[in-house]
Ligand binder design. Structure first.
Ligand SMILES: [Zn+2]
Length: 301
């Protein structure tokens, strides 16, 4: 029995995982605590409450968080979290619960979850890409999660896809994230002179619905996103040669609207030797459970 904790910008989800399934969950607000110690206390209370309802002992806790450094067990200056300094959350929770605790980057956690419990089972080489508020990714290469010398390798969201292109949240220009995140798709729709009334609704579902009703700017938005993403994924394949790429997140849930043009651009951009040898699939994990399973999988490293 493992506890998986997913730290989000507003809410953190805590779940008990057994045999690759989430058995029970609780939620704790990420914001509104006096400081990070009060937040760790709240997480600990939730862990204890979940543990009390189980027959077996909890053997580990895995925490997935934005900007987490797995080597140091520290959340480093995460822009979307309340604390404006480094937080050693792994040791804070371990000290309070007495249970071994591992902290990892949320995108890497998602990749691990997919590898252990989802569409990546049994593979030695895969790439997981999360398309949402940002673009996160994690590489499993030669049967191992790629961390790099500083603990934060494998971020294709901040690979330059357009030289001198759009400003990115990282302060640079032309990153993949500036084009295929929620913000990126909405900006593309604007640049294509789409209907401003559509964008009154947040997210990308509004653009997907417009596309299904034949809105040309909305259809073009998905085709453009597919082109940028197809090129980005083909570049990633040239580096690590995965057997499968798994897409996750709200934007990936729009079925053939994205996948049909994406497969076309991906094949067109791939090195010849990889033609027909890299699967492109959507995640096999239930949405609500994926982040918890991924965080729990951090303890299996
Ligand atoms: Zn960037």
């Amino acid at each position: 029995m493992i506890i998986g904790i997913d730290i989000g910008g507003t809410t953190s989800k805590i779940g008990v995982v057994k045999d690759g399934r989430v058995q029970a969950t609780l939620r704790v607000p990420t914001t509104g605590h006096a400081d990070e110690h009060a937040f760790a206390d709240a997480l600990t209370a939730a862990v204890k409450e979940l543990a009390a309802g189980q027959q077996e002992a909890i053997t580990g806790i895995g925490i997935g968080a934005p900007n987490a450094n797995q080597y140091a067990g520290i959340i480093e200056l995460a822009p979307n979290l309340p604390w404006k300094h480094d937080v050693p959350l792994a040791s804070m929770v371990e000290r309070r619960t007495g249970i071994r605790t591992v902290l990892g980057n949320d995108a890497n956690a998602a990749a691990l979850g997919e590898w252990r419990y989802g569409a990546g089972q049994g593979l030695h080489d895969m790439l997981m890409v999360t398309l949402g508020t940002g673009v996160g990714s994690g590489f499993i290469t030669n049967g191992q999660l790629v961390l790099g010398s500083h603990g934060n390798a494998g971020e294709i969201g901040h690979m330059t896809i357009v030289i001198d292109g759009r400003e990115c949240t990282c302060g640079r220009k032309g990153c993949l994230e500036a084009y295929v995140s929620i913000r990126g798709l909405r900006r593309t729709y604007e640049e294509l002179d789409g209907d401003p009334a559509i964008l009154e609704e947040p997210g990308v579902l509004c653009i997907a619905k417009a596309a299904q009703q034949g809105d040309q700017a909305a259809l073009q938005t998905f085709r453009h996103a597919a082109r940028w993403l197809g090129v980005g994924l083909a570049n990633a394949v040239a580096v690590t040669g995965p057997a499968r790429i798994v897409l996750f997140g709200g934007i990936a849930r729009n079925g053939e609207l994205l996948m049909a043009p994406l497969r076309e651009w991906f094949q067109r951009s791939l090195l010849n030797i990889y033609h027909g040898r890299v699967d492109l699939v959507a995640s096999a994990l239930p949405d609500d459970d994926a982040a918890i399973l991924g965080a729990a999988a951090l303890t299996t490293l």
